[in-house]
Design a protein around this ligand. Structure first.
Ligand SMILES: NC(=O)c1ccc[n+]([C@@H]2O[C@H](COP(=O)([O-])OP(=O)(O)OC[C@H]3O[C@@H](n4cnc5c(N)ncnc54)[C@H](O)[C@@H]3O)[C@@H](O)[C@H]2O)c1
Ligand SMILES: [Zn+2]
Ligand SMILES: [Zn+2]
Length: 374
């Protein structure tokens, strides 16, 4: 039995400012030892992602109470039976556990693992269990098999990727969600190649990771779109060739800059009408990729004819269409070589007790990637 402090989402839909409404309660919990195929992990750092905010504000419904957080790096402390990990291993946690046996895992698409998605939906670990125990004996749900806003967490070994121990945890954590999702969207889902014109809508952690990866892949024209001026300035420093203010004029401006639309357009805003803009800003023959997770009730309206007559592709991208065990090490190697400088995404370092205020900063657009360090 391990004692840990953890941030538990007790109710969704409380109004911002969250520093006052405090939807996340930081308190002491106990953790059961890891079961078969599980790991007890000491969390080194955990990032704040918009997908957490969507659970907090209620646009994404999850079973509550839930120990929140899904982007993290840490160190294995104890292993259950039958894992290939050992105490002391440095790990990055991915937010879809991959069973390794289902049709999609075997087919090379672990981001769509069936048992992984079912466990994530139910708020359990891959094996079906819940390992946190509250003082009243109830068991909070796990968030995407990770529950990273905690000093210690128990995860399925199928959620973990072994990495080099010398990487600072606040950098390593970014690879678990922002980098896998953003870089994967650019390199795999959009398949950016040298000479492509690329536009990225939304310059949060995910969008800037997509921008950096598109640059690394050789995009010649690289347009960064956001409603927040400071994020456009950061994108320009990171290699965007042009920036465009998000809003009603963005499409016309983008079409002008790219001579009729970009070849690859990546939407990371999570706003359905912006995805419509991203589609409109894609040229004939081009590809629009979205990683945004809008409110489940939001519809999407597109000119249906254009899909065929202009041979367009519209692609959703979950976890960047990545294979975490292949791509976390691959993207870390790109970072080490200087080709994916994702440390630039890190805008704030927080303590666990500042987690609610951190979500105010994400909500307002002030922060890019904030990381809680332990
Ligand atoms: N597909 C996946 O696997 C996956 C993984 C992680 C996150 N997500 C989703 O990706 C999205 C981005 O996550 P994030 O953590 O980077 O979020 P974020 O809040 O940090 O970034 C979103 C950005 O979009 C910008 N934006 C909002 N409206 C805009 C508009 N009209 N025009 C241009 N820009 C606009 C915001 O200013 C912000 O900078 C979220 O929807 C999140 O839930 C998906
Ligand atoms: Zn995320
Ligand atoms: Zn599977």
């Amino acid at each position: 039995m391990t004692e840990t402090r953890a941030a538990v989402l007790v109710e969704s839909g409380r109004p911002a400012p969250y520093a006052e409404s405090r939807p996340l309660e930081v308190s002491g919990l106990r953790l059961d030892p890891p079961g078969p195929g599980e790991l007890l992990v000491r969390v080194g750092a955990a990032g704040l992602c918009h997908s957490d905010l969507s659970v907090i504000n209620g646009s994404r419904q999850r079973p509550l109470p839930m120990a929140l957080g899904h982007e993290a790096a840490g160190t294995v402390v104890e292993t259950g039976e039958g894992t290939e990990f050992a105490p002391g291993d440095a790990v990055v946690l991915a937010f879809v556990p991959a069973c390794g046996h289902c049709e999609r895992c075997v087919g090379g698409r672990p981001a769509l693992c069936g048992p992984g998605a079912r466990a994530n939906g139910a708020g359990t670990l891959l094996g079906g269990g819940r390992r946190f125990v509250a003082p009243d004996g109830t068991r909070p749900n796990h968030h995407l098999g990770v529950s990273a806003f905690a000093e210690y967490t128990v995860v399925s070994a199928r959620s973990a990727v072994k990495v080099d121990a010398d990487l600072p945890p606040e950098i390593a954590a970014l690879f678990g969600c922002a980098v896998l999702t953003g870089a994967g969207a650019a390199l795999y889902s959009a398949a950016v190649v040298p000479g492509d014109s690329v536009a990225v809508f939304g310059l949060g952690g995910v969008g800037l990771a997509a921008l950096l990866a598109a640059k690394a892949a050789g995009a010649s024209t690289l347009v960064a779109v956001d409603v927040v001026a400071g994020k456009r300035e950061l994108a320009a420093r990171l290699g965007a060739t042009h920036t465009v203010a998000g809003g009603p004029d963005a499409v016309a401006e983008l079409r002008e800059l790219t001579g009729g639309g970009a070849e690859k357009v990546i939407d990371t805003t999570g706003v359905a009408p912006v995805l419509e803009q991203a589609y409109a800003a894609t040229r004939a023959g081009g590809t629009t990729v979205t990683v945004g997770l809008p409110d489940p009730s939001a519809p999407l309206t597109l000119p249906a004819l254009s899909l065929v007559a202009e041979e367009r592709t519209l692609r959703g991208s979950y976890l960047g269409s990545c294979v975490p065990r292949r791509d976390v090490p691959r993207f870390i190697a790109m970072y080490r070589a200087g080709n994916l400088p994702v440390d630039a995404l890190l805008s704030h370092r927080l303590t666990l007790d500042e987690v609610n205020a951190g979500f105010d900063r994400l909500h307002s657009g002030e922060a890019v990637r904030q990381v809680i360090t332990f």
